[in-house]
Design a protein around this ligand. Structure first.
Ligand code: FAD
Length: 549
C-alpha cells in the first residue's frame, strides 16, 4: 500500500516561504497585489528578474475584485476620442482570451439606440465600425446593426418608447479577482515570490535612495526588512499614501471615483443577454446576466472618504434602481430585491474641472526622487501592456545585463491551459456529466470550469452520491481544499469573495451551505471551535452588509 505523504499545514508552508523570502536581495519589489502588481510581477519574473510582491491584504482585495468584470475595449473612450486607448485595450481583449480561455470568455453586448439618446443609428454604426477596426475585430464578432422590431425580439424587456433599434457587438467577461490570481500563480511559476497579508509600512533610504522596504506580516505582527535594487508601488487608490511614506512633498496627482454594482436574482431582472444602456444623465450602465443572477452597474461619483472601507450608499442604490426601472418595462426593482453588491474605487489622473465620467482612464507612471516608481489608473483590460511599459522602465534603470524582452503575450495564465474556447465548452459538458445528479448540473459545471479551469475536472471525481445536498457538499469540500492548498486562501473572505465569488454571484448557496463551508475551511485552515463560530457570524454579517442599505 502506498502511504500518502501528509501535507504540511498551510501556516507552516507560509512561514517557510517567508523565511526563505528574507534570504534574497531582489532586483524588484512590487508593492500591491491587484491586477497591476500581479501583471508586473509576471512580466518581470518572466524576463529573468528576481521579484518579490507584497500585498497588505488578500490578492485582488482592492479595486481588482470590484470592477464590472469585463475585458472590454471601452466604447466610452470613443466619446473622449481616446483612439490609442481603444486600439490597445481592444487588441488586448483577444490576447488575454487566448491566454486564459476559461477565464476570459466572449460576451455579446446589446446596445439599444433611442430617440432621446446621445447618438443615433448612423453615428453608433460609424463609432462601432471604428471601434472594431481599431481593435482588429474580425468576422462574426464584428458589430451588427439591428432594427427596433428585431431588438424587441432579442430583448422583450426593453422599453419600446423611443426605441430606434440597437447594435450588437463583442466583448469579453471575466472574474477580475481570479485573473489577478492567475497572474500571481503564473509569476510564481517563473520564480517570483508573492506574499499576501504583508503590509509595506516604511522604506529605508541610503543617500536619499530607497534600498529596503519594511513590511509587517499581518498574521504574526512581525516586522520584516527586504532589500531591493528597485521598488514599484502598484497600490491603486493607496498610491499617494505609499508615496507619502517616502516623499511628503509630492503634490496631488490622483482623483478617486466610486463605482457600485448591485446583484439581483435572475428572475427579477431576466435580461436575455448583456445590455449596455444609456441613462437619463447621459451615462451608460451594464446589465449582465451571470448564472443564477443579473448584475447592474456602475455608478461614477467623486470619492474622498476612507479608502479601506468603501460602501454602497442609498443614493447609489436609488440611482441604479431608477436607471433599470426606466430602461426595462414590466419590472419594478426595489431595494429588497438586492441580494448582493460591491463598491470599488477608480484611481484616475488629476484633471482640473472634469466630471468623473470625463476623466481619462489612461495609466500614469510617476518616478520620485527616492527611486520609487508609482503606477496607477488604467484598466483591468490593459494590465498586460501596462506591465510591459512599467517593466521596460525598470529594466532600463537596472544594472542587470541580458534581461529578456517582454513575452507575456505568449505566456498562458494556467499551468495546464485549454487550447481554445471549444475545449472549455467540452470540459463543461464533461463535468456536467459527472454532476448529473444535480438539478442545474450544466450551470454548476460552467461555474466550476470558468473559475478553476482544467483543475475543475481533476478536482471532481465521478460523483457517486445522489442527493443534491450531498453532491453540493462534496463539490464545496473539493473546491475549498483546492483553494486552500493551491490558491493562497488564508481567511473566510479570501474564499467566499475572491476565489469562488460566492458572496457576489451565489449568495443563496452561501446561505444554504454556510455551516459546511465553515467546517471545510476550518479543517483546512486548522480553526478552533471559536474561530468556526466567528466565521459563521461573519458570513451572516457579510450577507447583510451586501444586501441591506
Ligand atoms: P488595486 O486592485 O486597488 O490594487 C492595489 C493593491 O495594493 C490592493 O490590493 C491593496 O491592498 C494593495 N496595497 C495598498 N497599500 C499597500 C501597502 N502599503 N502594502 C502592500 N499592499 C498595499 N477595468 C476593466 O478593464 N474592465 C472593467 O469592467 C472595469 N470596471 C470597473 C468598475 C469599477 C467600479 C471600477 C472602480 C474599476 C473598473 N475597472 C475596470 C478598472 C480596474 O478595475 C482597475 O483599473 C484595476 O482593478 C486597478 O488595479 P490596481 O492593481 O492598480 O489596483
Amino acid at each position: 500500500m502506498i502511504k500518502q505523504k501528509k501535507e504540511d499545514s498551510v501556516w507552516k508552508r507560509r512561514k517557510q516561504k517567508i523565511n526563505k523570502s528574507l534570504l534574497n536581495e531582489y532586483d524588484l519589489i512590487i508593492i500591491g497585489g491587484g491586477i497591476t502588481g500581479a501583471g508586473a510581477a509576471l512580466d518581470a519574473a518572466s524576463r529573468g528578474l528576481s521579484v518579490l510582491l507584497l500585498e497588505k491584504n488578500d490578492f485582488a482585495s482592492g479595486t481588482s475584485s470590484r470592477s464590472t468584470k469585463l475585458i472590454h475595449g471601452g466604447l466610452r473612450y470613443l466619446k473622449q476620442l481616446e483612439f490609442a486607448l481603444i486600439k490597445e485595450t481592444g487588441r488586448e481583449r483577444s490576447i488575454i482570451h487566448h491566454l486564459a480561455p476559461h477565464l476570459v470568455v466572449p460576451e455579446k453586448m446589446l446596445l439599444p439606440i433611442t430617440e432621446t439618446g446621445e447618438y443615433g443609428k448612423i453615428l453608433t454604426s460609424l463609432g462601432l465600425g471604428i471601434y472594431d477596426y481599431l481593435a482588429g475585430v474580425k468576422g462574426e464578432d464584428r458589430k451588427e446593426m439591428i432594427s427596433a422590431k428585431k431588438t424587441q425580439k432579442l430583448e422583450p424587456m426593453l422599453s419600446v418608447k423611443g426605441l430606434n433599434g440597437s447594435a450588437v457587438y463583442s466583448e469579453y467577461r471575466t472574474d477580475d479577482a481570479r485573473l489577478v490570481l492567475a497572474n500571481i500563480l503564473t509569476a510564481e511559476r517563473y520564480g517570483a515570490t508573492c506574499l499576501s497579508y504583508m503590509e509595506v509600512k516604511d522604506f529605508v533610504l541610503e543617500d536619499d535612495k530607497i534600498t529596503s522596504v519594511v513590511a509587517k506580516d499581518i498574521q504574526s505582527g512581525e516586522s520584516l526588512t527586504y532589500h531591493a535594487k528597485q521598488v514599484v508601488s502598484a497600490t491603486g487608490p493607496w498610491v499617494e499614501k505609499v508615496l507619502g511614506l517616502v516623499d511628503e512633498s509630492e503634490h496631488k496627482r490622483m482623483l478617486r471615483t466610486k463605482g457600485v454594482h448591485l446583484v439581483f436574482p435572475y428572475d427579477k431582472l431576466p435580461v436575455q443577454q448583456s445590455i449596455y444602456f444609456e441613462v437619463g444623465d447621459g451615462r451608460m450602465i451594464f446589465a449582465i446576466p451571470r448564472g443564477a443572477v443579473t448584475y447592474l452597474g456602475t455608478t461614477d461619483t467623486f470619492y474622498s472618504k476612507s479608502i479601506d472601507k468603501v460602501k454602497v450608499s442609498q443614493k447609489d442604490v436609488s440611482y441604479l434602481l431608477d436607471a433599470a426601472n426606466n430602461a426595462f418595462k414590466k419590472i419594478k426593482l426595489k431595494p429588497e430585491d438586492i441580494i448582493s453588491s460591491w463598491a470599488g474605487l477608480r484611481s484616475l489622473a488629476y484633471e482640473e474641472g472634469k466630471d468623473p465620467s470625463e476623466l481619462s482612464r489612461k495609466d500614469e507612471i510617476h518616478e520620485s526622487e527616492s527611486g520609487l516608481i508609482s503606477i496607477f489608473g488604467g484598466k483591468l483590460t490593459g494590465y498586460r501592456k501596462m506591465a510591459e511599459r512599467l517593466i521596460d522602465i525598470v529594466v532600463e534603470r537596472s544594472s542587470k545585463k541580458k534581461v529578456k524582452k517582454c513575452s507575456t503575450e505568449k505566456i498562458a495564465l494556467t499551468s495546464n491551459p485549454f487550447k481554445d474556447y471549444k475545449e472549455v465548452k467540452n470540459a463543461i459538458s464533461k463535468l456536467a456529466q459527472k454532476l448529473k445528479g444535480l438539478p442545474h448540473a450544466e450551470l454548476r459545471a460552467k461555474q466550476l470550469v470558468h473559475l478553476y479551469g482544467q483543475p475543475a475536472l481533476d478536482m471532481i471525481d465521478k460523483v457517486k452520491k445522489s442527493e443534491e445536498k450531498e453532491i453540493e457538499e462534496y463539490i464545496l469540500t473539493q473546491e475549498i481544499r483546492h483553494a486552500v492548498q493551491h490558491e493562497h486562501v488564508y481567511t473566510l473572505e479570501d474564499y467566499i469573495v475572491r476565489r469562488s465569488a460566492m458572496l457576489y454571484f451565489d449568495p443563496m448557496r452561501l446561505q444554504e451551505y454556510k455551516k459546511h463551508i465553515v467546517q471545510s475551511l476550518g479543517q483546512e485552515l486548522q480553526w478552533s471551535e471559536e474561530q468556526n463560530t466567528q466565521a459563521l457570524d461573519r458570513i451572516k454579517e457579510l450577507l447583510k452588509e451586501v444586501s441591506e442599505f
